[in-house]
Design a protein around this ligand. Sequence first.
Ligand code: PEP
Length: 245
Amino acid sequence: MRRPMVVANWKMYTRASDAYVLATTIRNQVAAIDGVEVVICPPSVWLSEVSDIVKKDGKVNVGAQNIFYEEEGPYTGEISPIMIRDIAKYVLVGHSERRFHFGESDIDVNEKVIAALKHGLSPIICVGEKSKSAPIGEAVEQLTEALRHIPKKNYQNCVVAYEPVWAIGGVEAAPVERVVRAIARLREDIGRDSPILYGGSINNKDVGEFAKSPHIDGVLVGSASLRAGVFIEICKIWAEAKTFK
Ligand code: PEP
């Protein structure tokens, strides 16, 4: 089902005490915000603890940043969907940092999407072109590959995150018009029931511009999600814009 969403990707940041404080603050403040689904994707070592913290009032969901596609076996260092399915509702799949640093291919991403869905996790499928001059077709192709062998009826359990690689971790988000064009194109393939998010250097100053577009269902927030105040403001802005439309 399409719905407004704000997703925090903490990447490989936060020590135990940071994760505790951040998750507790977000949980407490999100309690007063309606109309947006908030998801925290902490590092896997904190998944259990963050899940326990946010479970208390049930308004924040938890996502993993990655899974392996096998259920169990001799895969040192990996995490299976079975291990996290009772803790997390979502899992990021195909984030550009995984594709770049860990060599994840479109085939790996597809296997992970299949495994996530099989075990009741909703994959947040990250796609995006590598350079500013690259055509949007690159992201479209990644989505096609990620959805291979997935029956269309299961698309509603997927979330797509359009994250142009050149806009991630920088100081400036991609231009809204370009994002809207890309999302409209991705929508043709994923169908009308799945949320499509934008990710790439979103902060509390520019998020309002994105929230105004009826095409963009939510945002995936990296660096700015590590500052509780900024992240909460993003959630509030998103909820207000979507609720009062
Ligand atoms: C991300 O890692 O998915 C992301 C969007 O990061 P940032 O907001 O820091 O660009």
